[in-house]
Ligand binder design. Sequence first.
Ligand code: SAM
Length: 379
Amino acid sequence: RVKEKWAVTRTKHPPTSLALQHFDATHSVQLGPLWPSVRAALLSEKKYGALLNNFSYDVVLADLEAQGCRDFLRDADTEVSAAQPFLEQESEVVGDEESSGVSISKKSGIDGQQLSPLHLSPHIKCLVFPRGDITRFKPARPDMCGLLGYYLMDAASLLPCLALDVQEGHNVLDLCAAPGGKTLALLQTQSIGYLCVNDASVSRTLRLRKVLNSYVPKPLLADEKLRITSFDGTIWGDIERNTFDRVLIDVPCTTDRHSLMEDDNNIFSKSRTGERRKLPQLQLELLMAGIEATCPSGEILYSTCTLSQIQNQSVVEQAIVLARENHGIQLQVVDLRPLTHMFRKTFHFAPDLHLGEMVIPHLAANFGPIYMCKLRRLT
Ligand code: SAM
């Protein structure tokens, strides 16, 4: 009987199939010979990382290590640092005024360029099972104060937070924050002076509040430290301009993995076609708002969980041109290759991206996709 009902109610083209058709057409062109293996990984169970909660009384690190996990941050490949400890390299951004094109060249960073240090917070710890080990984490348990010991997330989602490089006392904006994984990671650094957390969705903002209450002691969530809002992020530039030292813009996207695995709440459902087609424009508006909200010399991190070039590099390219032409803001692309080099044993990165970096799913290390691009405001 159950089977019969399923046969009647099942749509002929479920959103997951439409998503696969779409990705086969687009991602295969972009990724070429890499696509079949990335596709297989995307269609397989994803791997989690356990972000340790420094605010919990329970010491879970030893327990997780005994299960065979390792903190991928402490395991980083720092070979490159023999000459340049944790260096962040900067790319040259060349805006072609006539065609409004942007060309970005990644330089080695060794030949006389200005280099700035990338500090990995010693407080962030994220445990993962080794390559090829698909053991699942047990759900975290509350300590005597009710705080949970770890937060399960795609370990690659931590990279945008690390790349943002929050420093002591920084004023930080997390523009599209719910359900709050990256907010929680930023709070773990214990460096933030003031944090603004925003998400346009009221219901998702409620979820974010619940997450923060389950992991962070109440005094750290007080009004003088943190503000939670549910504004449309695209108008942030009108609310607070030239304000934040660091801005994270983790935009809504086609969430490739979810779109291939879950028919519920799927952006490839027929009823959401319009919304899906408008995503690159929304992403551009959010990035522009984030750029305006950043103070001169402040830094912006744009991230998505899609492999789509149209939602990734193209959005950043357009934002660089628009910022210059419409707002007189000069931006510099920060080269994140030292970060990818450090974590190349844990994640697979797309080779030769001309702008930004991307974790691509792999069966032995099934994290991502996560795209990230870092910009610095020069003016
Ligand atoms: N950063 C989150 C995390 O790590 O848990 C995930 C963010 S999710 C990829 C994108 C979020 O953008 C969604 O929660 C969605 O509600 C929010 N969003 C969509 N449109 C928005 C807008 N115009 N302004 C602000 N947030 C928006």
